[in-house]
Design a protein around this ligand. Structure first.
Ligand code: TLP
Length: 340
């Protein structure tokens, strides 16, 4: 099978498995797991933040951040297609009791002016704005890189209003590798950042949440409250350390494969698709004359897996599990389906 459903399907490398086998461990709820401690220190350093906390998933990282930054009855500004708004089962409303304020973006990119206009004035009728959330790269935006300039402007607006900014940086290393902008430059425009090891970086489990020390201290309490305090978590954290060391540069290969796919699909009749929209490892296409369900079934018959994003949208995601020749096979299969 050629699995293009997501980059979450990546399996640990040999080096990760070896590190997991050999990991030194302790009880992390006591702060005594040396491998988790190393991962948190190293991640904080790489992300340019004072401190970091290892969490079980990207969703937990985002939710712990929202819980830590906000209080019930306040409003959180987010992009209407962001993962936090779209794919976290309303967790922020359920757990943090916040009201989301979804704003329309251009393929995931928010306009700073729109963000500024959405910040609530002080009025007892209105929920106070407590947080601005961003996402980079933007998943439903087709893996688009949010430009640094946009992030800088939004951060400056937030700072003028004494508001924190949380970045869902599940794929921040993809953004950095694609744009050539250092990760620290992006994170300098955020108060906190969540980034995933279990996507393109190939580790089996976990994300990091990084931010100011005082914020991470409180995030530790929220993680515990949610039942996210893990014990000998060094076994899985060790693979994340390997991911940081060995898996970032190679994301360029995934981007090159996505580009190859984009070019192979460019101009095909029966597809609504602009290859210029592809900037990282995600390719979103809209078949025009065949339903995505049927399109997906046809792909599956040809041993290719894709994910349906919307009733009219298919997502193809490249990762280390997909080779250049798999992409060539996929292009031929899609041409075949559309011509049939
Ligand atoms: N995204 C998954 C699905 O949930 C859609 C995928 O296959 O892409 N932020 C972003 C931007 C994400 O894309 C994801 C996962 C998360 C957060 C959540 O991470 P996990 O799955 O670790 O909770």
């Amino acid at each position: 099978m050629i699995d293009l459903r997501s980059d979450t399907i990546t399996r640990p490398t040999e080096e990760m498995r070896k590190a997991m086998y050999e990991a030194e461990v302790g009880d992390d709820v006591y702060g005594e797991d040396p491998t988790v401690n190393s991962l948190e220190e190293e991640s904080a350093q790489v992300l340019g933040k004072e401190a970091a906390i290892y969490v079980s998933s990207g969703t937990m990282g985002n939710q712990v951040a929202i819980l830590t930054h906000t209080s019930p009855g306040t409003e959180v500004i987010m992009e209407a297609n962001s993962h936090i708004y779209y794919y976290e089962a309303a967790a922020a409303s359920v757990f943090a009791g916040i009201q989301p304020r979804p704003l329309p973006g251009d393929k995931g990119i928010l306009s700073p002016e729109l963000v500024a206009s959405a910040i609530r004035p002080d009025d007892i009728h209105l929920p106070p704005t407590s947080l601005i959330c961003l996402e980079n790269t933007h998943n439903r935006g087709g893996g688009r890189v949010v430009p640094l300039e946009i992030m800088k402007k939004i951060f400056s607006i937030a700072s003028q209003n004494n508001l924190p900014v949380h970045l869902d940086g599940a794929r921040i290393f993809n953004a950095s590798v694609a744009s050539g902008v250092a990760v620290k430059e992006y994170t300098a425009c955020t108060t906190s950042i969540q980034c995933c090891f279990s996507k393109g970086l190939g580790a089996p489990v976990g994300s990091i949440l990084a931010g100011p020390e005082i914020f991470i201290d409180e995030a530790r309490r929220w993680r515990k409250r949610l039942g996210g305090g893990m014990r000998q978590a060094g076994v899985i954290a060790s693979a994340c350390l390997v991911a940081l060391k060995t898996m970032i540069e190679r994301l360029a290969d995934d981007h090159a494969n996505a580009r190859l796919l984009a070019e192979g699909l460019s101009g095909l009749k029966g597809l609504d698709f602009n290859p210029d929209d592809v900037e990282t490892n995600i390719v979103i296409i809209k078949p025009l004359h065949i339903s995505p369900m049927l399109f997906n079934e046809e792909l599956r018959k040809r041993n290719i897996l894709a994910s349906i994003m919307e009733p009219d949208m298919i997502r193809l995601t490249t990762s280390k599990e997909v080779s250049r020749s798999d992409i060539e096979t996929t292009i031929m299969a899609i041409r075949d389906i559309l011509s049939g």
